[in-house]
Design a protein around this ligand. Sequence first.
Ligand code: SF4
Length: 390
Amino acid sequence: MELQSQVESNAASAAPEDVHVAKVGAEESLPVVPVVRTTKNFYDYTLPELEEILAGLGKEKFRAQQVFKWVYEKRVENFEEMSNVSKAFRAELPNIFHFDLPKVVAELKSKDGTRKWLFDIGDGMTIETVLIPNKERLTLCVSSEVGCNIACRFCFTGKQKLKRRLSAGQIVGQFLHAQDSLSKEDMRITNIVFMGMGEPLDNPDAVFRSIEILHQPNGINLSRKKITVSTSGLVPLMPLIAKAKVRLAVSLNAPNNEIRSFVMPINKKWDVHSLLGACLDYYKETGDRITFEYVLLKNVTDRLEQAKELWDMLKQAGLHNACKVNLIPFNEHPGSGFERPEPASVIAFQNELIRLGAHVLLRKTMGRDIFAACGQLTSKYEGRPERMTV
Ligand code: SF4
């Protein structure tokens, strides 16, 4: 599907009303009757949307704020418990809203502190969410789609074709479940990155709606500067990231057009020059540094001269002082056709970029014991042939 029509179909299906399938009777053989739920999933709506819905019923704005606070601050899902809401209004609310979050299938903890959640979003589909601890930060990496059509060659999720775009509630739900679990240990998520399964800009309506919910001061209250959207380079939609005032990360992964088109076929549609042009626009509008993710693939993107080529490319684009480069040694998986570089090449590549003046971070591989690379746990759970072995 063309991008524009994808966006339009996303917009048209925003915050859909749920269709649930209920079994009649206990016997497996009895017919399955679809039950159409006429109420809305509360988690799909931003506060201004909630205010609008309730205004249509003659309710004041502060009513919406009250309910929003109960749900996101106090994590109450039963309208009856919302004690500062009038009894009559409490009785009306279940006719308008229900609460539906992804279900936790598994929560895994790595020896290195990384955690991973596997969620069931219905119809046998699963998504993954990873928590990455780093010094004082706890960064939650959320998924925006089941599978992904961008098909980056080095990516495990890219081998799993797009099956579904998540709703805003399914994205927010990843945060809520993770935070509920961490709260038991007095831990708070400090940052969110849209870097899990899926290309966030292929699901813009739900992604930016979820950002509004996560940021809302009457609820979760996460600063926009603590939220990062990572894109493979859907150039026409990149201005949405600046508009949402959140951070931009770009999955760059190559020092020139030719190699980028090989490792990331999307580059054939929007080449690296138009991508870097969009990055410059972002920087001019926000003044925020951009993170360039660069996966080091043995003998493909890890050669020393490619560090210089990368730096020259960023310089030419006017971005060398406006970015940092995250180096990610490739996380090997069966069937990828790529290899992880030797540690010495990784260090040499990093040192060369530092020598040239770049702000470089070398990302440690974490959570290998819990299949933390995106898409791996889903594959294991669903029993696909490319499942990983520890
Ligand atoms: S790296 Fe991201 S955009 Fe590329 S295939 Fe994987 S999930 Fe999709």
